[in-house]
Design a protein around this ligand. Sequence first.
Ligand SMILES: [Zn+2]
Length: 252
Amino acid sequence: MKLLRNLLFVNLTLIVIAGCTHKTPYTNRSQMIFVSQKEELALGEESYKQTLSESKVIVGTKDANRIKNIGSKIAKVANRNDFNWEFNLVQNDEMNAFCLPGGKVVVYTGILKAAHNDDQLATVISHEIAHALARHGAERMSASMVQQGLQVVGNLAIGAAAPQYQNLFNQTYGIGSQVGVMLPYGRIQETEADEIGIYLMYKAGYNVNEALKFWENMSEGKKEGSDFFSTHPSSTNRINDIQKVIVKLPKS
Ligand SMILES: [Zn+2]
């Protein structure tokens, strides 16, 4: 029994060490991630199919084409050839958007109330893509796994995309029947997604100053009650932080 416990401990320690070796792109922050990239992509594909099957996807309209056009420009500079990018506009009045692992971007029509031009739309798409590039979902899933204890570590050793992963994934991303209980992104992840998002916007040739206006519009939307802020905590410092990122950009 003692041996088993020691083995489990060694196992967990190794996984924790291995988990810590991840780094975020651009910001170079160390992350604790126990989900492999491959598993994450498989989970993302599955949940994406589920999301679209439950949604009214808008196709062929001017706005739907704008989403695809802006998204493609940002994807091009994101440099992830392993991603199978897709950009969809979904009929939903909530001011929300997300990007699942593998580059599956969903924008709700509600966000068009706050994104008044292409640069502002690029702001929210870049922000969501940044969450995916930095694997923030996998990081949150990993944190939940630790909270749920060693059993998950045992499942992880199997290494397959098991149903319990899918459930945890859906819960983390607020997909399916669990909608509304998505774990909020932490302050660090939000600030990081803002920063990486600005770099992406800049590289794709968008006006980064419009990001400030977009977040101002969003906080006005918040007064009316926006679901975006249940998953994306608002911060009075957000605009100041983005300004600090912008001033450091090379002047063109
Ligand atoms: Zn966010």
